[in-house]
Write a protein that binds this ligand. Structure first.
Ligand code: BMA
Length: 383
């Protein structure tokens, strides 16, 4: 064999190895038979759904609210264009990034926590390009009083069809839809997101909560929003339903708007009543959600959580992890790190940060780095 032939052979061999390696990371998933809440959901949205399901078989995705917008003692800026407290603690970005669009309905430039919608859009794009997942909640203002979400003046019946605030609400939903439709890549491809409206309805702190509307009104509110967004041409959404910690197991399904309106199940659980009860609630309430979700073959997640009382240095491995391990949840999303007196994930030097790092090394804890190696393509139409 002469020198040229050997070089050619080596080149082919390396190409073959590269191809073999990249093929390994491509997961083909079925989207053709998928029926989502939005019958016109984009292919990317369907792929996101299958991606969430497939990844939930691999482990639990770590999520953080406002992950790259701010943290304890910093804010996104030119210098901190994609910084994250979780990354600073573990060396890895979270896989799921949560955002809240409260005040989008008013046409404001920033949300209720002063995160600008332009920044949100930019970070959602960056996260998407890196292979991460974005989920959005909506702390929408009270349409009757103009107060915030915690203003519990009854409002639901006034915004449903025929209600006095109907046209105002339709205009609000249009603004919300315009924002979600503005989440696009450079080539105009819509970025799919998980939308989790009207959360924690079994509590009574929001105007859509248990004591402020009837169960039927709540269901109508949720269904109506799915329909309205569809009518506004929004097709890059997976819809999530997420009650708060359950008082009784039956509560989980009580407000459920129906399989035709929900793609993903969730629950928000915090340690308000102490760490021991928290671990128990995680086990119990997630099991209730799991049973409900599995009967419907839909993915499910711990859509909000975190340490309300940061005094346990091994909180992550001894309190949270035992409650979620082997639970099948697609992710655990920690609420926002607003500052030293309001944070739910660790930051460098925080008392449980070393323990969080230990948890982050467990095989079933998945960060952006781990999930980006999977590429999901439609089994029917591989490109
Ligand atoms: C709550 C708190 C509030 C915040 C709201 C929406 O749980 O963190 O400070 O305004 O979420 O992000």
């Amino acid at each position: 064999m002469n020198y040229t032939k050997i070089t050619m052979l080596l080149a082919y061999l390396s190409l073959f190895i590269i191809l073999l390696y990249s093929c390994k990371s491509v997961q083909y998933v079925e989207v053709a038979t998928l029926s989502l809440a939005d019958a016109n959901a984009t292919l990317r949205t369907k792929l996101l759904y299958q991606k969430i399901k497939a990844l939930s078989q691999q482990g639990i995705l770590i999520g953080h609210q406002d992950a790259t917008a701010y943290g304890v003692n910093w804010k996104a800026s030119k210098k901190f264009s994609y910084k994250s407290d979780i990354k600073d603690v573990t060396g890895k970005y979270p896989a799921v990034h949560g955002w809240d669009v409260g005040r989008i309905e008013l046409g404001k430039a920033a949300n209720l926590d002063r995160v600008s919608f332009d920044l949100m859009r930019k970070q959602i794009l960056k996260t998407y390009k890196k292979g991460g997942i974005s989920t959005i909640s909506w702390h929408v203002n009270n349409p009757v009083s103009g107060g915030d979400s915690w203003d519990t003046i009854p409002a639901v019946s006034t915004i449903l069809r025929g209600g006095v605030n109907r046209s105002k609400y339709e205009a609000w939903v249009k603004k919300l839809g315009d924002f979600i439709k503005s989440l696009k890549t450079g080539n105009g491809e819509l970025i799919p997101i998980v939308f989790r409206p009207y959360h924690e309805m079994n509590g009574s702190w929001f105007w859509w909560g248990a004591q402020h509307c009837s169960v039927e009104e709540y269901k109508a509110l949720f269904r109506d929003l799915v329909r309205l967004l569809g009518q506004n041409g929004v097709h890059n959404i997976l819809y999530a339903y997420s009650p708060n910690t359950l008082h009784k197991d039956e509560e989980y399904s009580l407000y459920y708007p129906g399989d035709a309106y929900v793609d993903m199940l969730g629950i928000d659980i915090y340690n308000h009543s102490g760490d021991r009860i928290y671990t128990e609630k995680l086990k119990n309430d997630i099991a209730v959600m799991r049973e409900f979700s599995q009967a419907r073959n839909k993915p499910y997640a711990l859509t909000e959580t975190g340490n309300m009382k940061p005094e346990h240095p091994k909180w992550w491995t001894e309190v949270l992890y035992p409650g979620i391990k082997d639970s099948g949840i697609a992710w655990a999303l920690f609420w926002r790190n607003a500052g030293k007196s309001h944070y739910f994930a660790p930051y460098p030097s925080e008392l449980s940060s070393e323990d969080f790092k230990i948890m982050s090394l467990k095989k079933d804890m998945l960060f952006l780095k781990e999930i980006r190696k999977y590429k999901f393509k439609d089994v029917k139409h591989p490109k």
